[in-house]
Write a protein that binds this ligand. Structure first.
Ligand SMILES: [Zn+2]
Length: 294
């Protein structure tokens, strides 16, 4: 795993960042982002990162950043790389304010913007369809994010990150044991909603769906079993929800600890960030995995 000083050495200027992105995007040579033609040439001049597609009339000019989250910003690539790096390192997430301070950025707004764009890229890289993890078991559970806000840091900046605070928003998740997690914000916790989520995210062939005694899971079509939390039962054989519980706990500690509160509108982005980190926890180079999704 890369360290911060290795990152800074590897990418001393924006040019190295750009060269890296070009390689990552087109490992077999640059192609036109519009028509996929390989008949492209690079504009001359030392550090000009512009190509022209010969296929289209008039010659379509493009930057390697077209269609990426780095397009149309004045934020240097090197700053983006460092922010992404910090996001990969923080298990419980990192706030825009921390990014701004750590990188010495002049603008909180830029830090905030970067974090959200990166989360959106992580979201697009998400997937649905969980196979059973270890032993073919998937755990499902719903929880609530938000609620009581202590508002210890009532500064403008913190408020900005959390404007329109979430108030007890239901979230549902499914996790394959030793595997991936999928989660999303839901409108309500009706049986129809819970079952609908399981139908769209969990494969039919899993050997077991483990859940707690919420009645909404009673009619799942997959083989399923519950532990009765209401009766103090947490484990029965391989039936338990310990993995999704610990994912929720990390998510809540992260959201409460770093962001204090997040708005309902942005909550899906935070879910995407935490899921992405979980699902890529064994990826040797998470930094590169994020760049690929950008
Ligand atoms: Zn073209």
């Amino acid at each position: 795993m890369m360290t911060l000083s290795q990152l800074l050495d590897r990418f001393p200027t924006d040019d190295e960042c750009m060269a890296f992105l070009v390689k990552l995007r087109w490992p077999n040579g640059v192609r036109c982002p519009k028509c996929d033609s390989a008949k492209v040439y690079r504009l001359k001049g030392g550090k000009v990162w512009k190509w022209v597609c010969k296929h289209s009339k008039g010659g379509y000019r493009f930057s390697p950043l077209v269609g990426t989250i780095f397009e149309n910003t004045n934020i240097p690539l090197r700053t983006w790389f460092q922010a992404i790096f910090l996001m990969t390192k923080a298990k419980k997430g990192v706030s825009a304010l921390q990014i701004q301070r750590t990188l010495g950025l002049g603008s909180y707004r830029s830090a905030w913007y970067m974090c959200h764009r990166v989360r959106a890229a992580m979201q697009d890289a998400g997937f649905a369809g969980l196979m059973g993890g270890d032993g073919g078991v998937v755990e499902v559970d719903e929880t609530y994010i938000g609620g009581e806000q202590k508002n210890r840091h009532a500064s403008e900046r913190v408020k900005f990150e959390g404007r329109g605070a979430v108030n007890h928003t239901p979230v549902i998740g499914a996790i394959a044991r030793k595997g991936n997690v999928v989660c999303k914000v839901i409108e309500n916790t009706s049986a129809k909603t819970l079952q609908g989520f399981v139908d769209e995210t969990v494969a039919d062939k899993v050997s077991l769906v483990a859940h707690d005694d919420a009645s909404g899971y009673r009619h799942l079509r997959q083989t399923h079993a519950s532990v009765r939390h209401s009766r103090g039962e947490y484990v029965r054989g391989n039936v338990h929800t310990a993995n999704i519980d610990s994912f929720w706990s990390l998510l809540k500690r992260g959201i409460m600890g770093n962001f204090h509160q997040v708005s309902r509108a942005y909550l899906p982005l935070y879910l995407a960030e935490f899921s992405f980190r979980h699902n890529n926890r064994k990826t040797p180079n998470m930094f590169e995995a994020i760049l690929r999704a950008c």
